[in-house]
Design a protein around this ligand. Structure first.
Ligand code: FES
Length: 169
């Protein structure tokens, strides 16, 4: 003899049929909770980005180039990591930018021709940055070069100086 379902008391809905133990209501509730969680996480990320400062960390513009004794008189030394030439002439030191004033390529020192040349479009410069030929509109700029208290060369790439300004050591 089969068992008949019990009639529910008046005013109560009968429990809906379940499949695998999950009702449609439970399923929809979980979807809604998941959507709310994703939206909440997104708003936290956006709020964090809004409140955190927009700071751009750039490398320092001032660097030590070592002792003056490292540079022989009448020498041009390319400091690749700083993209600067340290030039020592009998009159003193100067620091010349290695970045071409045409389109920003990095120039190269050619001691056999006694000049700085740009590999991109052929601009040529004297060791003091004066333009010889090519499409570069200006000479290579000179940066401020001074001595630190303990006697090292100190170059400031943020400060350009006139080419006649040399550091006498
Ligand atoms: S970038 Fe140097 S000549 Fe064009």
């Amino acid at each position: 003899m089969s068992e008949q379902p019990k009639p529910s008391p008046a005013g109560e809905n009968p429990k809906p049929a379940e499949s695998n133990g999950v009702t449609r209501r439970d399923f929809l509730n979980e979807i809604a909770l998941g959507a709310l969680g994703i939206a909440g996480f997104g708003s936290v990320v956006v709020t964090y980005q809004y409140l955190s400062p927009n700071v751009l960390f750039e490398p320092p513009t001032t660097f030590r180039a070592g002792s003056p004794d490292l540079y022989p008189v009448r020498s041009v030394t390319f400091l690749q990591d700083q993209q600067v030439y340290i030039v020592r002439m009998p009159a003193g030191f100067y620091a010349v930018s290695a970045v071409c004033t045409h389109l920003g390529c990095i120039t190269a020192w050619h001691p056999e021709r006694d000049r700085i040349e740009c590999p991109c479009h052929g601009s040529k410069f004297k060791p003091d940055g004066t333009k010889i030929e090519g499409p570069a509109p200006r000479p290579l700029p000179h940066f401020s070069i001074t001595l630190t208290a303990d006697g090292d060369l100190l170059v400031d790439k943020l400060q350009t100086v006139v080419s006649a300004q040399v550091l006498k050591v």
